[in-house]
Design a protein around this ligand. Structure first.
Ligand code: DCP
Ligand code: MG
Length: 434
């Protein structure tokens, strides 16, 4: 018997990163197409029963207003940013609004100063999730090796997709872009590169509705001039330290010896910085990702104090635990690690967790153990944010735990932050947990 061996010449890796354009805002423009081209800012809470509709029925009772006539709402009926007061933050803005300097994570009061005429709309999470699923299924019908990286972005491995190498990936990117637009009515931007790291940078090069192709030989011209902050994994703190050493661009980073980087940034991060500055990244596109944890967190309207705002905090805390428990049940998971996250008024965050002998999805049990974690942090300072997380997930009835390699940026999976235990002042809080 002869063994037949097919020799497959390995094709060059072509990895795409796709990111929807002004996603939450684009979703609202589907509903209100009359806003196309106008500055629109999304922020200030969730969408409730459509209050625009209610107001319309009041003002024009003679007309028949319904979900199907939203495109006929006159422009002057939409709420504007002008005069906004409050602590709301913009989650995103249309490109027309960005021309005025408005962007995501900006306070709405500041946005109102920059662009008072902008229309302010709340986010509709149900619709956002529906469109998110729709654009992802459109992709996998064309290119099956897709990694879900969050609500509006994915990686796609083009390497072995028929036609994936044509024009170095541009042909397939065009097809996917067109298909998504047909299915959803929303544009996206795609970067195609030798790996995930560069593809992620490239998808931003031609936003909105753009395609960018980066080849290995483009490293010097396209990647090295970029600021280090453009590297997915160089955050504001690492960037500040690099800047302090006079390293402002990826090219400047590449000039440093690997040994120097390790000396100043530690073995693993230094090594990684060296590799990425030379455009090296071998991470595969991972198709199936199981969450390692599920969490819910909330940022308060105003900073809260553990003692003075005890009742309010306690209620929020209970609700977060109930939500996480509901999330776990909805997805069929139980978890062994219960954790909390706090962010103080100075933006410093701390986390604590505890691991139980048995996995749970029970709200009361989560509440009890999360409450014990709270006792291990400093509660004399004002708090901006509170989060509850359940980790070490298992699916009852299946073998073992969810794979531990997952490190995705699923919106509900925070990166874990390790912290040393503090003195506790928590006995003041949540006395029902004692
Ligand atoms: N988002 C959020 N809070 C943030 C940033 C983003 O809730 N601080 C939400 C709103 C965005 C969506 O996530 O619409 C996707 O984030 P992106 O960073 O991809 O931003 P956009 O898709 O809005 O714009 P772009 O065209 O730059 O991708
Ligand atoms: Mg986007």
């Amino acid at each position: 018997m002869t063994t037949e061996r097919t020799t497959q010449t390995a094709l060059p890796r072509r990895i795409a990163h796709l990111d929807m354009d002004a996603f939450f805002a684009s979703v609202e423009l589907l509903r209100y197409p009359q806003l196309k081209g106008l500055p629109v800012v999304i922020g200030g809470g969730r969408r409730r029963a459509d209050d625009l509709l209610a107001r319309l029925r009041d003002t024009y009772p003679e007309r028949d207003w319904s979900e199907t006539t939203l495109d006929r709402i006159p422009l002057d009926f939409f709420p504007r940013l002008a005069g906004y007061t409050g602590r709301g933050v913009a989650t995103t803005a249309t490109y027309a609004a960005r021309q005025f300097g408005v962007g995501s994570a900006m306070g709405l009061m500041k946005a109102a100063k920059l662009c008072p005429q902008a229309i302010l709309l709340p986010v509709d999470f149900d619709e956002v999730r529906r469109i998110s699923r729709l654009f992802k299924s459109t992709i996998t019908e064309i290119a099956p090796v897709m990694e879900d990286r969050g609500i509006d972005e994915v990686y796609i491995d083009f390497t072995n997709v028929p036609g994936g190498q044509r024009e170095n990936g541009r042909a397939l990117a065009r097809l996917i872009q067109r298909s998504i637009h047909q299915a959803t009515g929303i544009t996206c931007s795609i970067g195609v590169a030798p790996n995930k790291l560069i593809a992620k940078m490239a998808s931003e090069f031609n936003k909105p509705n753009g395609i960018s192709i980066v080849l290995p030989e483009d490293l010097q011209t396209l990647i090295w001039p970029l600021p280090c902050r453009k590297i997915n994994g160089v955050g504001p703190k690492a960037d500040a330290r690099l800047q302090a050493h006079g390293i402002h661009t990826i090219g400047a980073l590449a000039e440093r010896e690997r040994g120097w980087l390790i000396e100043h940034f530690g073995k693993s991060y230094g090594d990684w910085l060296h590799a990425v500055s030379w455009g090296r990244d071998e991470r595969p596109v991972v198709t199936e990702s199981e969450p390692v944890s599920m969490s819910r967190e909330t940022t308060f309207e105003r900073d809260l104090h553990a003692v003075r705002d005890r009742a309010e905090l306690g209620a929020i805390f209970t609700r977060l635990c109930a939500q996480v428990a509901a999330d776990l049940r909805a997805k069929g998971y139980q978890g062994k690690t219960i954790g909390i996250k706090l962010r103080y008024d100075n933006f410093q965050s701390v986390t604590r967790d505890v691991t139980l002998p048995d996995a749970t999805d029970d709200a009361a049990s989560i509440r009890r153990h999360a409450g014990l974690c709270l006792k291990r942090v400093d509660l004399t300072r004002r708090i901006r944010l509170l989060g509850v997380r359940v980790g070490k997930l298992v699916k009852p009835g299946t073998e073992g735990a969810a794979p531990a390699h997952y490190s995705g940026n699923h919106p509900s999976v925070p990166r874990s932050v390790q912290d040393k235990a503090h003195d506790d002042h928590t006995h003041l809080l949540f006395p029902d947990l004692d």
